[in-house]
Design a protein around this ligand. Sequence first.
Ligand code: KG4
Length: 340
Amino acid sequence: MTILSIETSCDETAVAVTRNGREVLSDEIISQVDIHALYGGVVPELASRNHAAHIGRLADAAIERACITKQDVEAVAVTYAPGLIGALLVGVNFAKGLAMALGVPLIPVHHIRGHIAANYIAFPELEPPFLCAIVSGGNSIIADVRGYTEVSIIGRTRDDAAGECFDKAARVMGLGYPGGSALDKIAQAGDETRYSLPRPVIEGFPYDMSFSGLKTSVVNIMHNAGQKGEDVDTASLAASLSAAVSDVIVPRVMMAAEVFGHSKIAIAGGVAANSRIRADILKAAEAGGYTLYIPPLRLCGDNASMIGCQGYYEYLAGNIAGMDLNAYASMGADVSFCRI
Ligand code: KG4
C-alpha cells in the first residue's frame, strides 16, 4: 500500500511516500529552525504560516522523488495530535483536501505513535511488544508498546520535556536555539561532577519525570554567576546537565522494561540523539541483557516517513477518518482514534 504522509505538528514541514509501512520511497522535509532561532523558540503563528507556504510544493516533491504519480497514492496519512494547533491544522486540512481529491482514505496518526514507528523503519525485524522511551522537544514519555496500535503510557514528564530543558539551558548558556545538540557537543569536554544538579523523584509515580527544576537550576547558576561577574565553566555545566537528564530517564526506562516484562527497548525523538543518554542506555541494556533499538539521527527528529509507517498500521487496524477530522493540541498516545 502506497501512503503519502504529512507531518506539521511543530516547526518541520514534512511529506513522505512509504510503501507497506516500512519502505520509504521519499522523505521530504523543510525545517523552520532558522526562522524560530531569531526568537529563541518556536513562534506558533510563524510555524503555521510557513507550513502553509511550503506544504503544496513539498507534497509535489515527495511524489516526484518517489517516482510515482498522484494516482498511485492509495491513502493519505496525517499527524492530527498532539502539537501546535495552528500548525497541525495546516497539515490536517491539506491532507483532507488531497484525500478527497484523490478519492482515497484519510488516516489520522498520533505524533508519538509516529515517533515509535521510526524504529520500524530503522529496524525491519522489530515487532511489538517492546518498551519505548520517546524523548523530544515537546514530549518525554515511557510507553508500553503491546501492538502497532496498542500503546499504553507508563510514565511521562510532569512539566517540561527533556528537549525543552536542554534547549532553555542552552539558550541561557549562549548556545543558540535549539541548543540540545550544541550543548551535547560542548559537554564532551566538561566535568560532569563540577555542578550539582537535582534528580527529581515524583513520590508514588516511579515512571514519571520532571525536568523544570533542572532547567531552573541551570538558569540560576548562569544568572547568579552573571550578577557576581563570575565565569561559568559551560562545558562542565553542559556535562552535569546531560548526566542529570540521563539519570532521570535511563533508570526509569530500565525499571519499566523489567516490571512490564519487555526484552526489547527502543528510544525515539530528537533527544535520543544525546550522546550521554545513548551511552548510558546502551550500557544498562547490555548489563541487563536487553536488545536495544536506537534509530539513526535523521529518524529521531520529526519526519513524515514515521507518520506514513504508523499510518499503515492504523489503516490495517481500521483507523480511518472522515472529512470531519479535527486537530488536537493534546491527546494521549494511548487514545485510539475516535471521532470526537
Ligand atoms: O523530535 P524532535 O526533532 O522534535 C520534537 O518533536 O520536539 O526533537 C527536538 C529536540 C530539541 O529539543 C533538540 O534540542 C533536541 O531534540 N536534541 C538534543 C540533541 N539533538 C537534538 N538534545 C540533546 N542532545 C542532542 N544531541
